[in-house]
Ligand binder design. Structure first.
Ligand SMILES: [Zn+2]
Length: 230
């Protein structure tokens, strides 16, 4: 069956973001999974067990909203696709999901150190706090239960001892949030090495919230996760 122009451009963008995540070191080996919502019952996603650094448009899989491939002869999707499906089920505004294992951000969860320190104005404005969903065995329904409360009100979150999950209005929006999240982790790591971060104050965070609309930022943020100084 021929593919629509919308699906072809979604395939190009998804393959490009997959390769970029590998090149940027956000995933290694065959890790990571990415998806785009094509329609009410159609998801385009990366196949299971394939290095995303070498992926092409034709390697991607179309599934229904339950995660079953539409073409029975197609490759299988990732076992972690259920996280993406939960985000699509819970949020109508989410049209793309990226899941990767960015080293420094994951290192913060392994060390039990918060990523929700308001350190950089652009991070506060674009993704707000970065909560950590409790540890759950990867690829199980436990993961879905652990992320649900956070997915409802955040576009960028961590899975404890595992990885990052970022949601967007398109695949680039989700990818940029992943970059912002790992950049926050890198910056905080340097600040910790230099004696510890000195967070923005609550008043400074409130001022940033007030100017978000100037930058066209309308996504929901849960600033309760931010732990600013008085
Ligand atoms: Zn993972």
């Amino acid at each position: 069956m021929s593919k629509s122009a919308g699906e072809l451009s979604a395939r190009q963008a998804l393959a490009e973001v997959s390769r970029l995540c590998y090149q940027r070191g956000y995933i290694t080996g065959t890790e990571g999974n990415f998806s785009i919502r094509l329609g009410a019952d159609r998801i385009l996603t990366t196949p299971r067990g394939v290095c995303k650094g070498r992926i092409n448009e034709g390697d991607l899989v179309v599934t229904d909203i339950e995660g079953s491939p539409v073409d029975p002869h197609a490759a299988l999707p990732s076992t972690e696709l259920k996280m993406h499906l939960a985000a699509y089920r819970l949020r109508d505004d989410v049209l793309a999901v990226v899941h990767a294992h960015p080293t420094i951000a994951v290192g913060f969860t392994v060390a039990g150190v918060s990523l929700s320190t308001p350190a950089l104005p652009e991070v506060v404005c674009t993704i707000g706090g970065i909560p950590v969903a409790p540890y759950a065995t990867p690829s199980t329904d436990e993961v879905v239960q652990s992320i649900e409360p956070f997915v409802k009100k955040c576009d960028a979150l961590m899975l404890d001892h595992h990885g990052a999950l970022c949601l967007g209005k398109d695949i680039w929006d989700a990818f940029y949030k992943l970059e912002t999240l790992e950049h926050q982790a890198q910056t905080l790591l340097v600040a910790h090495l230099l004696g510890g971060p000195k967070p923005l104050t609550k008043a400074q965070v409130n001022s940033l919230m007030a100017i978000r609309s100037v930058y066209g930022l309308t996504n929901e943020l849960d600033v309760d996760y931010l732990t600013g100084s008085e």
